[in-house]
Design a protein around this ligand. Structure first.
Ligand code: ZN
Length: 352
């Protein structure tokens, strides 16, 4: 049986970000250095000034989220931090951003104390040494990165998370102050990621009474959001619950398939998930609701995206999908290889 770990502490609500100073002051005990991993979108913006960065000591890394986080980026960040901290380690890591940035912060905290290359830790429970204390501040909700035990990264041939108890945030701050920074399409794609986490968790075999309760409540909150006005605080809770549901059960068919799109074609997670989920009605009846939501918000998914993609790239996407044994076994059972063949994956990809 798996012993499930959740986030240690959370702060939620307007102005909860103001508590960050006290949290960090309490941590500045050894090197007194804090590392901030901030989405590059916020560089020079007003919100950055609200993060209590000590300009004399702290290290700020702007996470370039143009592409999804790669293991080599993490190796680079870790090297940079180690060279700036000399022989010491930072007292805390603060991640500020959406899923890509939060996952980067999680991976940095793990890799500062564990030897070797980041790609060696992509998988399940491969992290042996305790990570650095870390705080996650979400600026875009939906991915569930704030509550999950995974830091999803791409390396040369795989998109796979560092799934470990050491990747879980010690503290999160959910302050709706960031909601105005999110464009509509990104809001929808990200909320759809949350929607899919719940659907995959509920329809798999790895769930339990806990994860079912989280996923059902998260879906209920999403339905309220999509039938009324956008409510960012509700979305933050839906995202958190969806992340918990999926972290303590597993994803299903959509995530593995979407990883091929991200790895080979460079699509960001939210849109890759939407493009993929759109084709999975035979497995997930709730795809109907998903299509209605896209229509309601006038979000048009790109069409014919595989038109000019080479056969080799399609095969590479199939390989990337098939690496995800645990999620696919969660979705189809132990004989998943017979049920989800290369041909089936190819036909789904070619419909996109
Ligand atoms: Zn996801």
């Amino acid at each position: 049986m798996r012993n499930c770990k959740n986030v240690g502490y959370y702060l939620i609500g307007k102005n909860s970000l103001n508590e960050l100073k006290n949290l960090l002051d309490a941590r500045r005990t050894n090197s007194k250095i804090v590392v901030f991993a901030i989405d590059h979108y916020f560089k020079g913006k007003d919100l950055e000034k609200k993060l209590f960065v000590d300009k004399n000591k702290d290290i700020v890394i702007y996470v370039d989220t143009t592409h999804e986080p790669k293991t080599e980026y993490i190796d680079g960040y870790v090297q940079l931090i180690k060279s700036k901290c000399k022989s010491k380690l930072p007292d805390a890591i603060v991640g500020v951003g959406g899923g890509s940035t939060l996952d980067s912060a999680k991976a940095i905290s793990v890799m500062l104390t564990n030897p070797g290359k980041t790609e060696n830790y992509q998988g399940w429970d491969l992290v042996k040494k305790p990570a650095i204390y870390k705080i996650g501040i979400t600026t875009l909700s939906g991915t569930g990165s704030e509550s999950s035990r995974t830091a999803v990264l791409t390396s040369k041939i795989k998109k796979l998370g560092i799934n470990s108890d050491q990747s879980v945030f010690d503290q999160i701050i959910l302050d709706p102050v960031f909601q105005d920074t999110v464009p509509k399409e990104q809001f929808i794609y990200s909320a759809m990621d949350c929607f899919v986490h719940n659907v995959e968790s509920l329809s798999g075999t790895a769930n339990d009474a806990f994860t079912i309760a989280y996923a059902e409540k998260s879906l209920e909150l999403l339905r309220e959001i999509f039938s009324g006005k956008m409510d960012y605080e509700k979305l933050m809770v839906a995202s958190y619950y969806g992340g918990l549901a999926v972290a303590n059960s597993n994803v299903g068919i959509c995530h593995p398939l979407s990883y091929g799109l991200s790895l080979v074609l460079g699509y960001h997670h939210g849109i890759a998930i939407s493009l993929t989920f759109n084709q999975l009605e035979e497995y997930y009846p709730l795809v109907k609701d998903f299509k209605k939501i896209l229509k309601k918000y006038n979000v048009e998914l790109p069409k014919g995206i595989m038109k000019d993609v080479s056969k080799e790239k399609i095969e590479a996407m199939i390989d990337a999908t098939l690496l995800n044994e645990k999620p696919l076994s969660n979705a189809f059972g132990p004989d998943w290889r017979q049920k989800f063949t290369r041909e089936k994956i190819r036909s789904l990809l070619l419909k996109m």
